[in-house]
Design a protein around this ligand. Structure first.
Ligand code: PLP
Length: 409
């Protein structure tokens, strides 16, 4: 009964071309991605390993050292017996990074960004509160809002006037604005200074999910708060350690009373095994790399790649626009200066054929379709990493030019 029911639904996914499949890689995280059973490697533009640290020898060595010192598992949740010196030291350093922006900040480690967001929104969003959520927020924030007892208001993406109106007419004692710092499908930055100003005006708090900003933004890679030079007790920061930091896990940095409350009431903190201490140990090396000259060089290289990509694509698209007699082609880049670079195609089938044409040329550039993105905005979502070379970027641009030629108009 259940199996038949599920199989029917799976067939429907097949029919709608929405069935997703796992691919098995035989290479670690790197631009040259080898899939099991295929001859040549693919040049991939889809990881969140923005600084190229996931497979960095210094980090692998630090993990091995950490395993020799601490073994593998933590053996328990933090509050039982899983909390080691390695975790505490990492929390202290992460807190110090954000303390320049959140006075007196304390940090708390989580198993993942997903878990951290659930803890944040369910522990803080009680029945006396309202969560104000950008409509393009990440799924983990959406789920956290759903699970919380708070009232939830969604405002149109980046529409600060709409948000101001919602805040104005809200009467709950506690108000929490919730936003991605870098939006994961569009790559644009939230206007955090303006959001913070609204929070101050309306006696609200600002929860910033910096999954894509931590390590990438700011002169020292401390993230979006450093990038914007913000400072306020009203900021509640969530950073992840599985993207630019190249490892796994996440943390919240905030006023010590907020963090203490998460420790008391955050169910995804309390009822789960602590991160392996060896990983906490290895993350110190990741933070060294991010903050040091190596990180600065990687961020500068990344920025150069993004600039070269944007100029290269504009040069490809301009003649196409002229070829259409000035009619605006639907193909366009979004205004993003982050490593998330969406090329909007519009039509689902066209996005899929571009994805396939690029794959035929040895490139992996995923098409993203509704419901992950709004109807009519199917896209190629590229992400760049400091581990990409300029030559690889030029190969991408050449393959894209050839693939666009094949695209039925
Ligand atoms: C990836 C991501 C998360 C989840 O982080 P994980 O550590 O991968 O669980 C949360 N928010 C945003 C915006 C993300 O992109």
């Amino acid at each position: 009964m259940l199996i038949a029911h599920l199989n029917r639904q799976l067939l429907e996914l097949d029919a709608a071309a929405l069935r997703r499949r796992l691919r098995i890689q035989t290479t670690p995280c790197q631009p040259q991605l080898q899939l099991q059973g295929s001859a040549a490697p693919l040049l991939a533009f889809c990881s969140n390993d923005y600084l190229g640290l996931a497979n960095h020898p210094a980090l692998a060595q630090a993990l091995a050292d950490g395993a020799r010192r601490w073994g593998v598992g933590s053996g328990a949740s933090h509050l039982v017996s899983g909390h080691t010196q390695a975790h505490a030291a990492l929390e202290e350093r992460l807190a110090a990074w954000q303390a320049a922006h959140i006075p007196g900040a304390r940090a708390l480690l989580f198993g993942s960004g997903y878990a951290a967001n659930l803890a944040l929104l369910t522990a803080l969003g009680d029945a006396s509160s309202t969560l104000f959520c950008d409509q393009l927020n990440h799924a983990s924030l959406i789920d956290g809002a759903r699970l919380s007892k708070a009232a939830v208001q969604r405002y149109p993406h980046a529409d600060l006037a709409a948000l101001a109106q919602q805040l104005q007419s809200c009467s709950t004692p506690l108000k929490l604005i919730v936003t991605d710092a870098v939006f994961s499908m569009d790559g644009d930055l939230a206007d955090l200074p303006a959001l913070l100003q609204l929070a101050e005006q309306h006696d609200a708090w600002l929860i910033v999910d910096d999954a894509h900003g931590f390590g990438v933004l700011g002169a020292r890679g401390h993230g979006s708060l450093e990038h914007f030079g913000l400072r306020s007790e009203r900021l509640i920061y969530m950073g992840t350690l599985g993207k630019a930091a190249g490892a796994y896990g996440a943390f919240v940095a905030a006023h010590p009373s907020i963090v203490e409350w998460l420790l008391q009431r955050g169910r995804t903190y309390i009822y789960t095994t602590a991160l392996p201490p060896a990983l906490a140990h290895a993350l110190q090396s990741s933070l060294d790399l991010i903050e040091g000259s190596d990180g600065a060089v990687r961020r500068a290289h990344l920025e150069a790649l993004i600039g070269r990509w944007r100029a290269g694509v504009q040069a490809l698209l301009e003649p196409m626009e002229r070829g259409q007699g000035g009619a605006p082609t639907r193909l366009h880049l979004l205004e993003s200066r982050t490593p998330i670079q969406p090329l909007i195609v519009g039509d689902n089938a066209r996005a899929l054929s571009l994805d396939a044409a690029l794959q035929a040329r040895g490139l992996r550039v995923p098409a993203i379709r509704p419901p992950s993105v709004p109807e009519g905005s199917a896209r190629l979502r590229l992400t760049f990493s400091a581990s990409h070379t300029q030559a690889e970027l030029d190969r991408l641009l050449a393959a894209l030019a050839a693939s666009l030629q094949e695209l039925p108009s």
